[in-house]
Design a protein around this ligand. Structure first.
Ligand code: CA
Length: 226
């Protein structure tokens, strides 16, 4: 998953980015002003945008209205320093999905981000199931037929992304854009490596393969027999 943090206080922006990277494993881009943030949110497929309201060059509410009028539906969590209900109402009217009042607890920010991402991919709880494969995205724990599968972080993130989009063909570019930060092109050769590592670990003892390659198009995590 990939997040954009639009926040002009450098220290807060850095802290939020670090939490998202370390605690939930998101790729994170940071922007320090409204115009640049709007441009980034329009041109990259983020899974969530964390948006401060008081920003240089373009305020958060105008940014959000602009984004929604361009039909960008990425979930947006507003950070408001003022805490007034007027701000919150205006934010929700402008198309935000949730809000937090500064100062906030790290755990609450993370929980809200995870919930927004989960909802945007259409799941009601932390577990994603594909056949007998179960991915508990809260605990980052993977099992197949009850067998525990331990994955290094990037293999896990790739699997979670394919699972969120199960039964859809996902292109290599989409995978790269959702797993890496702005310079994702340079990672393009590693996806095949991760896919073959995942296959080796997921499919054992004649179990049907879960990851299907669609030549020239991408990969699909698919329920066996579908
Ligand atoms: Ca600010």
């Amino acid at each position: 998953m990939r997040a954009l943090v639009i926040e002009d206080e450098p220290r807060l922006a850095r802290n939020i980015a670090r939490m998202l990277r370390e605690e939930v494993g998101y790729a994170v881009d940071v922007s320090g002003d409204g115009e640049d943030g709007l441009h980034m949110a329009r041109t990259n497929p983020y899974d969530i945008v964390i948006l401060d309201l008081m920003l240089p060059r373009l305020d958060g509410l105008s940014l959000l209205r602009q984004l929604r009028s361009d039909s960008v539906t990425t979930p947006v969590l507003i950070l408001t320093a003022r805490g007034g209900t007027d701000d919150v109402v205006a934010g929700l009217d402008a198309g935000s999905d949730d809000y937090l009042t500064k100062p906030f607890e790290a755990a609450e920010l993370l929980a809200r981000c995870k919930a927004l991402v989960r909802r945007s991919y259409g799941s009601a709880d932390d577990a994603v199931r594909v056949g007998d494969l179960v991915i508990d995205t809260g605990a980052r724990r993977v099992t197949r037929g009850g067998r525990r599968i331990v994955l290094p972080p990037m293999e896990y993130h790739l699997l979670e992304y394919l699972a969120r989009r199960k039964n859809e063909v996902v292109s290599k570019t989409e995978i790269l854009e959702h797993l890496y930060e702005f310079d994702w092109e340079r990672f393009s050769n590693v996806i095949e490596v991760y896919i073959s590592a995942l296959r080796r670990k997921l499919d054992q003892d004649g179990e049907p393969g879960l990851i299907v390659t669609h030549r020239g198009m991408g990969y699909m995590l698919q329920e066996p027999g579908e």
